[in-house]
Design a protein around this ligand. Structure first.
Ligand code: SAH
Length: 204
């Protein structure tokens, strides 16, 4: 079923072999509540705990491809959710820091990582708007919730040459890539339209 999913993603335009390989290897059904197992290899988003969603495989693949993950790269993920995107980043060889603001999801997914022996560098309960200054700068930052605006701290926590992949917008979001070209300059590119649950600020 995972091979079929990879075929669908290739048809939709995903090319990066590392990303496709990761999708082929990560058992997505284990990241979902058992009632949804039969749906796990359809290219669809599904509900998880705390009214959140596990992103659509195409979206995960598209964002990971835009990030241009290389082994050992330091990546910050905002919105741990089910942990599926985290696992895909880990399979690509990244060192991953991930932040989740819903306590229930943070606890559940943190336990799940341990059980499955997935080893992100750090799983943090907190507000991703602020990034993770104590571990900055990052080679890549990936936001998995729709941001009404681009949080400044995330731009400032990128290395020169680093990439921020962030869906920007309220009702729907434009996938946006920022590449830090120098201390003070960023190159911005926009891709297609996507739909994410909202990036929410300051709950804690
Ligand atoms: N990467 C996840 C996607 C989950 S949906 C997966 O593969 O399953 C987006 C997640 O972002 C939700 O879990 C939501 O609670 C979280 N989120 C929203 N605002 C946030 C914030 N300010 N900081 C950290 N996480 C946030």
């Amino acid at each position: 079923m995972r091979n079929q999913l990879v075929d669908v993603l290739v048809e939709k335009g995903i090319k990066d072999k590392t990303v496709l390989n990761a999708i082929r290897e990560v058992p997505r059904h284990l990241f979902m509540d058992s009632g949804f197992e039969g749906h796990a290899y359809q290219d669809k988003a599904f509900p998880i705990a705390a009214d959140q969603t596990i992103s659509q495989p195409y979206t995960v693949a598209f964002q990971t491809e835009l990030l241009e993950v290389k082994p050992q790269m330091q990546v910050l993920e905002i919105g741990t959710g089910s942990g599926y995107q985290t696992a895909v980043l880990l399979k690509c060889g990244a060192k991953v820091y991930t932040i989740e603001r819903q306590l229930e999801l943070f606890k559940k997914t943190n336990l799940f990582f341990k059980k499955m022996n997935y080893r992100p560098k750090k799983v943090v309960f907190g507000d991703g708007y602020k990034g993770l200054p104590e571990h900055a700068p990052f080679d890549g930052i990936l936001v998995t919730a729709g941001a009404p605006e681009v949080p400044r701290p995330l731009l400032s926590q990128l290395k020169v040459g680093g990439r921020l992949v962030i869906p920007v917008g309220t009702e729907e979001q434009i996938m946006t890539l920022f590449v830090r070209t120098s201390e003070k300059e960023f190159e911005k590119k926009e891709f297609g339209t996507f739909r994410f649950v909202p990036l929410l600020e300051d709950k804690n």
